[in-house]
Structures are given as C-alpha cells and as structure tokens.
Design a protein around this ligand. Structure first.
Ligand code: ZN
Length: 71
C-alpha cells in the first residue's frame, strides 16, 4: 500500500499528481515545495490548468469512498 501524502494534489483536468516531496523541477518548482507555497500563477505542465483546478488527493479519495459505500 502506498503512502498518501496530505499535500499531494491532483489535476482534475488531466489527472497529473503534484507531490510536494518531488515538486516539479521541470516547471521551476523544487522538490519539497509545499502546495501552499507553489505560486498562484503556476500551471499544470501537462495540460496548462491553473492551480485552482487541482484538488487534494485526500479529498478525492474521500469522495471515491463515499461513492463506493453509497453515502
Ligand atoms: Zn493537468
């Protein structure tokens, strides 16, 4: 079972995951940068979605759980 980091966020447009532990060096975000410290004008390097299109992986898992259990 892989560990889920609360700071991981998922691009709701393309499914790319931003991991704070890895950052995104390709787009100028060094490893270890918390999501809250990523600049507001940062965009998904894969699809160009704005930061507001990303959602916490934690929240998405909770939602998926709700769907599975019917709550
Ligand atoms: Zn994306």
């Amino acid at each position: 079972m892989s560990r889920i980091y609360v700071d991981d966020v998922l691009c709701t447009r393309c499914g790319r995951v931003y991991e704070a532990t890895r950052g995104c060096p390709a787009s100028g975000i060094p490893a270890g940068t918390a999501w809250a410290l990523v600049p507001m004008d940062w965009r998904c390097p894969d699809c160009g979605a704005p930061k507001s299109s990303f959602e916490s992986v934690d929240v998405i898992y909770q939602r998926a759980y709700c769907v599975i259990t019917g709550f």
